[in-house]
Write a protein that binds this ligand. Structure first.
Ligand code: C2O
Ligand code: CU
Length: 445
């Protein structure tokens, strides 16, 4: 892979910027956004990726904790079919786990403290499982989840597919809100729906990155915020993948909305002109709201050159599955910031009814949001297909592990059960999950 990361000063001097970001032109220096350092593979076997992740307190920097001393944690890269082996070393003064969000780990490796003890302070645990699908996944603790994720414990797990074209650059961009609620702080006046005005990308606020003209770029965007919604736009937006690998076809939405826990892969064909990625003001209490868009990332061009044509991604063009019309499970999401109680079907975790389905069953799930707040709904264990949102089917097949359920929305999902276990089902606004918005779906063998 070509490495083209330039120092910010050089990049600016070399760059022909026809569209300087407002903050940059106002003389405010932007910080270079660099990709998180990659995990070192300790196993020489080409089909095994073995990594050590040490979770520890961090005394410097903006975050309280880190994996291997870095925020975000090391990017783990592997290819489909590899076995992943991760030794977690817990140097925190609290228990922890690692959950492999979206990657389809078997239940014993899922990192939930539900019928398995978390790793105690001073302890270690070896995660080992096969990576059986490509995609942009991420890892984070599932013990004191909101506190530990807010504290900076997360990283990307990128599983590549040799059948997909290799872009000139394959970048991980992990967004985190710099000004959302703190784990131990008071609840902000607007509960968990506070408007995020400062985003960090790979740990850097007001960032810029420099890419070579003529380069094809796959940028893997992860929203690792506890509660903040990302509503991004830039000129010529092209989205090629989501939570579970390539989309059925490329999309050019006006806005890329990523709730907490959500991911998207986007393609940039870098040409002559710099461009700016903006975040629009969006809160979970009502979507787009008043206020100006913020330039969160300035992309500079080094050696401008004609933009390449988009890569030939093997999109399958699949149509959505038909909705069979019946419903197996309803999850009704309710609650309020005033009570601080967030429920699924009126229950708060761990006092929940465990729904049981048989392995191999195709389960039709209906998620109804009865609350005045959006909820990024996440299911562990296996991905689902989105059948419809408020009765409207998506234009093409859409497979996800996390989907935002808007205020009063009814979202219907098709869940082919392929992974036995007692799977967490929860809102990925982590304070909501803490407050009870979490349940368990048992897939029985
Ligand atoms: Cu990102 Cu229960 O997970
Ligand atoms: Cu929620």
């Amino acid at each position: 892979m070509k490495r083209v990361w330039l120092c910010a000063g050089l990049a600016l001097a070399a760059c022909k910027s026809s569209d300087p970001a407002p903050e940059a032109s106002a003389g405010k220096a932007r910080r270079a956004v660099s990709p998180p350092a990659e995990a070192v593979d300790l196993d020489p076997d080409p089909d095994v990726v073995q990594v050590e992740l040490t979770a520890a307190r961090r005394e410097d920097g903006a975050y309280a904790f880190a994996y291997n001393g870095q925020n975000p944690g090391p990017t783990i890269r592997a290819k489909v079919g590899d076995e992943l082996v991760v030794t977690l070393v817990n140097q925190l003064d609290a228990p922890t786990t690692i959950h492999w969000h979206g990657a389809g780990a078997p239940f014993e490796m899922d990192g939930v403290p539900w019928m398995r003890d978390p790793t105690a302070p001073g302890g270690t645990f070896e995660y080992r499982f096969p990576l059986n699908k490509p995609g942009t996944f991420w890892y984070h603790p599932h013990f004191d989840t909101s506190g530990q994720v807010e504290g900076g414990l997360y990283g990307a797990l990128v599983v590549t597919d040799p059948a997909e074209p290799s872009p000139d650059e394959d970048l991980v961009l992990i967004f985190d809100a710099a000004d959302e609620l703190l784990p131990s702080g008071p609840r902000p006046a607007h509960g968990h729906g506070k408007l995020v005005t400062k985003w960090r990308i790979n740990g850097a606020e007001d960032g810029q990155l420099t890419l070579p003209g003529g380069a094809s770029v796959r940028a893997r965007i992860v929203n690792a915020a506890n509660a903040g919604f990302l509503a991004l736009r830039w000129p010529g937006m092209r989205v090629i993948g989501n939570d579970q690998g390539l989309l059925a076809a490329a999309e050019s939405p006006e806005l890329l909305l990523l709730g907490p826990g959500d991911r998207a892969d986007v393609e940039w064909s870098v040409g002559e002109d710099a461009f700016t990625v903006e975040a629009l003001p969006y809160t979970l209490n009502g979507g787009l709201t008043s206020g100006d868009p913020k330039p969160v990332l300035q992309v500079n061009v080094d050696s401008p050159a004609p933009a390449p044509t988009p890569l030939a991604w093997p999109f399958d063009g699949a149509a959505p599955s038909p909705d069979p019309g019946h419903t197996d499970i309803v999850y009704a999401l309710a609650g309020s910031d005033r009570t601080g109680r967030w429920v699924i079907n009126g229950e708060t975790f761990p006092n929940v009814t465990i729904e049981e389905v048989a392995l191999g069953e195709v389960v039709i799930v209906e998620v109804r949001n009865l609350s005045p707040t959006e909820h990024p709904f996440h299911m562990h264990g296996q991905p689902f297909e989105v059948l419809s949102i408020n009765g409207e089917a998506p234009p093409r097949r859409r497979i996800e592990d996390t989907i935002n359920v808007g205020i009063r929305d009814v979202v219907r999902l098709r869940l082919p059960t392929i992974n036995p276990g007692d799977w967490m089902v929860h809102c990925h606004i982590l304070p909501h999950a803490d407050d009870g918005m979490m349940t368990v779906l048992r897939v029985r063998e």
